[in-house]
Design a protein around this ligand. Structure first.
Ligand code: SF4
Ligand code: SF4
Ligand SMILES: [Zn+2]
Length: 263
């Protein structure tokens, strides 16, 4: 397996994954979307709510706020020694107390653990008018997207095969250049060409192939190389998510090996 990073920022990664099967690329895509545990608010005790939102709407909004945390310090409630009753290993308490007039933002949430906090401080929760109040305690727990979308850390994850474009000599009519939606084809000396750095931008739509009456273009792809892209909710960085997603696949493969060994 080979990895060539094309783009890596706090919340987005784009890379070429080569010498792997399509099944592995798809397993990684799915793992990024659904298998990596993160913290999210799962329980709310509302002490006062005179805002325009029902308790349920307020709770739903709180649950969908991405929370940053070092997840290695926590255990999934169902795997915790407290058997899910709630302890410092599997949950964190947060409070929110605000009085209008003001817009309440995610940054107003106060966490009992400084290592667990909203990934963004500017997510609006509710607008409070004069004398409106919200006082509540929120309990954050680890979970995965398999249980609920609020635990989804990989918000976008997809891949395509690495395109292989070949051009033969032609009369340079320019039809393929006109139809290419990615605008990557250029007339060369005696045939059409594409810059090396633009090749991976090809969407494999084959419109150029169809437009060419001289059969001078061939659009193919590498079955064992993929351009992968994913984004995170902010609950962890793109680099952390890639490592955690790969570890999740490894962990499940190990478990399967152990089960097979007992047969
Ligand atoms: S490759 Fe075909 S469509 Fe494109 S410029 Fe040449 S002849 Fe025209
Ligand atoms: S396959 Fe589509 S995107 Fe790729 S070069 Fe041809 S027209 Fe452009
Ligand atoms: Zn516990």
């Amino acid at each position: 397996m080979d990895i060539d990073i094309l783009e890596l920022s706090e919340r987005k990664a784009r890379f070429i994954l080569s010498d792997v099967s399509v099944s592995f690329a798809n397993a990684l895509r799915r793992s990024i979307l659904a298998e990596v545990p993160v913290m999210a608010i799962d329980e709310i005790n509302i002490y006062d709510n005179t805002s325009v939102l029902f308790d349920e709407q307020l709770s739903l909004r709180m649950g969908l706020i991405p929370l940053k945390a070092d997840t290695k310090n926590f255990t999934l409630p169902e795997e915790c020694t407290c058997e899910g009753k709630g302890c410092p290993t599997c949950q964190v308490s947060m409070t929110l107390s605000a009085e209008g007039p003001k817009v309440v933002y995610s940054g107003d949430i106060v966490s009992s653990d400084p290592g667990v906090c909203p990934a963004d401080a500017t997510i609006p929760i509710v607008e409070l008018k004069e004398k409106h109040k919200v006082v509540l305690e929120a309990i954050a727990k680890l979970g995965t997207y398999r249980k609920h979308a609020k635990w989804q850390v990989g918000t976008v994850s997809g891949y395509k095969n690495v395109p292989i474009l070949t051009f033969k000599e032609c009369d340079l009519c320019g039809e393929c250049v006109k139809v290419c939606p990615r605008n990557i084809l250029k007339p060369g000396k005696n045939k059409v060409m594409v810059e090396e750095s633009d090749k991976i931008e090809c969407s494999l739509c084959k419109l150029c192939e169809e437009a060419c009456e001289m059969d001078a273009i061939s659009v193919d792809y590498d079955p064992e190389a993929f351009v992968m892209v994913f984004e995170t909710s902010g609950a962890m960085t793109a680099a952390e998510l890639a490592v955690e997603a790969a570890n999740s696949i490894k962990g499940r493969a190990q478990k399967m090996g152990e089960i097979l060994d007992t047969l």
